[in-house]
Write a protein that binds this ligand. Structure first.
Ligand SMILES: N[C@@H](Cc1c[nH]c[nH+]1)C(=O)O
Length: 397
């Protein structure tokens, strides 16, 4: 047999047996958590027209998209991100709705990233979007809900880092740096090289307050009570000041939800998604270098689809969460309550009837016709391998 027939391409994998059962159980728990917050389920297609994920939308760059053509010659894209699809469908189906819309979804995303990063190219996301709500209450609801969902997965130690895209944007505007310099600084921040940032701006002529704010990009605050200094420095930079104030207000509401202990603030938090306009956040835990949850506010994305609706959302990266849960040795218990009935030909009718009756009572029953070359011991070993709870032989003995 050709080796390639058994292999999957780089970056995609099979999930089977116990791992698959656990993943489904985890998805179920996460989905229920979103439902508990009143979110309504929605499914959108796995592929869409190229424009839904085009440059103007501000999601994954075009060279990381899986693109292909339909019979008419349209360029189609396997979704790299579900948020633009939700934005499209919200604009299509809820154009005249003037109340906030709460949607939740689960599905796979596809990103053709460089193989050397060792990342999955197909991963499962479970997410929620709150559309048509620009309030800080909305920001807090999303973060509190993400925390509730993570807790329902059994995870105990995790952290949500929260930032605001306007802090960095405000600094860039105020400092009047070139696009190239901005790119360099973004890269340095992404690598947590804050000395590098200091060095990069040391030659630029800028006001001391602005320099102080640049110096705060690497600080992690566990409470908005420590924002006072930053606010003083930002007094003359309205964008930056407003961003800090928003995080301060958010912290107050997160305290009402009693989830502030899970949250830290980072003014230097950035995202490569250009559709974010306000608060952004990402969740981390042990055993996963990548975020287990990512989200943020995108107040302008829906205007691209013709609806003016400030929105915020997040997605839990189920595969990352699974990996972390397993590395932290957190047990996701899956029920092993399958019954197995093995029958000899003369007992076929009886066996089938029995299986139907049990299934009607919601029992899980696997039915096997006894193969001539198999012994009782073979079936017992099979039952053990497959964690069968109860094995019945219908052979007249
Ligand atoms: N779609 C984003 C997460 C998100 C959902 N809503 C807002 N942001 C992502 O894939 O990272």
């Amino acid at each position: 047999m050709k080796n390639q027939l058994l292999h999957t391409p780089e970056g995609v994998r099979d999930i089977y047996n116990e791992e698959c059962e656990k993943k489904l159980e985890l998805q179920d728990r996460l989905h229920k958590a979103l439902k508990r917050h009143g979110y309504h389920s929605i499914q959108t297609p796995t592929f869409e027209f190229f424009d839904i994920f085009g440059k103007e939308v501000g999601t994954i760059p075009s060279n990381e998209l899986y693109k292909f053509f339909d019979r008419e010659g349209n360029t189609l894209v396997l979704r790299p991100d579900i948020t633009p699809s939700i934005a499209r469908s919200a604009a299509k189906y809820f154009m005249d709705e003037d109340m906030p819309i709460r949607l939740s979804y689960m599905g796979n995303t596809f990103i053709n990233n460089h193989s050397y990063q060792g990342r999955l190219k197909e991963s499962t996301q479970l997410g929620a979007e709150l559309i048509g709500d620009d309030t800080v209450d909305g920001d807090a609801e999303m973060i509190a809900m993400a925390i509730d969902a993570l807790k329902s997965s059994g995870l105990k130690n995790f952290q949500i880092s929260v930032g605001h895209v306007e802090f960095f944007r405000g600094l860039m505007e105020a400092a009047g740096l070139s696009e190239e310099q901005e790119e360099v600084i973004r890269e340095l921040i992404a690598n947590k090289n804050f000395f590098g940032v200091e060095e990069e701006i040391s030659d630029c002529s800028m006001n001391q307050n602005l320099k102080e704010l640049f110096g705060m990009l690497g600080t992690i605050y566990d409470n908005a009570a420590s924002f006072e200094e930053a606010k003083t420095y930002a007094a003359d930079y309205p964008k930056v000041y407003k961003a800090i104030r928003r995080l301060e207000d958010l912290d107050a509401v997160l305290k009402v939800y009693d989830v502030d202990k899970y949250v830290t603030y980072e003014f230097g938090m950035l995202s490569s998604y250009h559709y974010y306009t306000g608060v952004i956040f990402a969740g981390y835990t042990y055993g996963s270098g990548e975020p287990i949850v990512k989200g943020g506010r995108y107040d302008k994305l829906l205007t691209y689809f013709g609806k003016d609706a400030a929105s915020i959302g997040f997605a839990i990266v189920v595969d990352q969460l699974m990996a972390a849960i397993s590395r932290q040795k957190i047990e996701i218990t899956v029920k092993h309550d399958n019954q197995l009935i093995v029958y000899k030909p003369e007992y076929r009718r009886e066996a089938v009837k029995k299986a139907i009756a049990l299934r009607a009572k919601d029992c899980n029953v696997e039915l096997i016709a006894w193969a001539m070359d198999k012994s009782k011991a073979d079936y017992e070993a099979y039952a053990l391998r497959n964690q069968i709870a109860e094995l019945t032989f219908m052979d007249g003995e």
